[in-house]
Design a binder for this molecule. Structure first.
Ligand code: MRU
Length: 377
């Protein structure tokens, strides 16, 4: 191992409030979210008493990130069942709230299947079955997160035997997207705890700043040495030899190993290849969609143009800054191209780290095999 890097005692845990929890209140059960639109300025919870509130939270990214969307979707079905709302309507609304992260449909489908399978037992049994399944999806994600961190740390040791890793990440793939410590950021955190992380380079992640707001928040809380950079500055970091590996999460991985992740991931993969730097994707097998044959088949969410033509900061604070107010930056009427995700072809991906093991090289067969050995396949 190379140099040891300091691990701060304070802030060892990435979050003070869980990213999502189910709570039984006297007036009925609720899904409580840590509102990610308000971080890092405020740690505020959002209480969802019904499915439309949860769908709204998903659409506006108050709750976000592939694994957490799966957990939210499953609890959403349970919420509808326990509170006596129309479950089939809830299933439809939740599954369609955002199109790209396959985990959302996965979580919804699992809770819905449990609900339907318990039909003979009546409404209470169905509600109990849906809730038990949502709890299982949640628990599995916590365990998957821990396994990915182990596998990812071992892989980093093989790829970068000298230690002292300088890791570049994009978007947010930490505790905020998970019941556990996340995917890509969980691996960086494991490296940090092992004294092997020299620097975490954090792409700000335009236009919604999941990197500058959320990954930086988690990095600060866990005491990692981190630096935020504009997305466009990554190239000069590579050119200067300052990046040892790229670690990102995924929203959907097609059967051919193509990876959909936050817009700006694909350019990083191209840069990494040019500069001979490993490009590693960390995602649970629930993010692998073997029914989607190839990358071109992945539906990419297109988001409102105002996210690009305005600075619209729902979390903005300070004198004269009204939260939620958009500040026009492009000429009025300017058109915007604002896909939320891009797709990186498999041949640019060095490895995919899952809870069931590492796929490298990334091949259709390798991916199918790791999925078949997953406990939850
Ligand atoms: O639009 P978001 O913030 O939901 O996008 C999230 C990402 O792209 C993450 O990188 C991805 O979900 C992986 S998180 C484990």
């Amino acid at each position: 191992m190379g140099d040891q890097y300091e691990v701060s005692e304070a802030g060892a845990s990435a979050l003070t409030i869980p990213s999502l929890r189910w709570e039984e209140l006297p007036e009925g059960p609720v899904v409580v979210l840590l509102d990610q639109t308000r971080l890092p300025a405020e740690e505020v919870e959002r209480v969802c008493t019904d499915v439309p509130a949860l769908v709204e939270a998903i659409r506006t990214l108050a709750v976000r990130g592939a694994p957490l969307l799966g957990i939210a979707g499953a609890y959403g079905v349970a919420l509808a069942a326990v509170r006596g709302f129309d479950v089939e309507e809830a299933v439809e609304a939740l599954a369609q709230a955002r199109p790209t992260a396959v985990n959302l449909g996965y979580g919804v489908r699992r809770a819905a299947a449990a609900y339907r399978a318990a039909a003979a037992g009546g409404a209470d049994a169905q509600a109990a079955a849906a809730l038990a399944e949502a709890r299982a999806v949640h628990a599995e994600d916590i365990e998957a997160s821990a396994r990915m961190a182990e596998h990812g740390l071992a892989l980093l040791g093989e790829l970068l035997p000298g230690g002292g890793h300088r890791i570049l990440t994009h978007c947010n793939a930490g505790a905020l997207v998970s019941g556990g410590e996340g995917t890509a950021l969980a691996v960086a955190l494991a490296a940090h705890r092992a004294g092997e992380l020299r620097r975490l380079w954090v792409d700000e992640t335009r236009p919604l700043l999941q990197g500058a707001r959320l990954t930086a928040y988690e990095a600060a809380r866990t005491g990692m040495a981190y630096t935020v950079l504009p997305d466009g500055a990554a190239g000069s970091l590579f050119a200067g030899g300052e990046v040892d590996a790229v670690l990102i999460g995924a929203d959907r991985i097609a059967a051919d190993g193509s990876v959909a992740n936050k817009i700006g991931s694909y350019p990083l993969a191209v840069l990494a290849r040019y500069h001979h730097v490993p490009f590693v994707v960390v995602a649970p097998t629930s993010t692998v969609d073997l029914e989607t044959e190839e990358g071109a088949d992945i539906e990419v969410e297109q988001r409102p143009g105002q996210e690009v033509t305005e600075f619209s900061l729902p979390y903005a604070q300070g004198p004269g800054v009204e939260a939620g107010a958009g500040i026009q930056v492009a000429p009025l009427g300017a058109q915007a191209y604002n896909p939320a995700f891009d797709v990186t072809p498999a041949d640019l991906v060095t490895a995919i780290v899952t809870e069931a093991g590492v796929v490298s090289p990334v091949t259709r067969n390798g991916l199918a095999e790791v999925c078949s050995t997953s406990r939850w396949s």
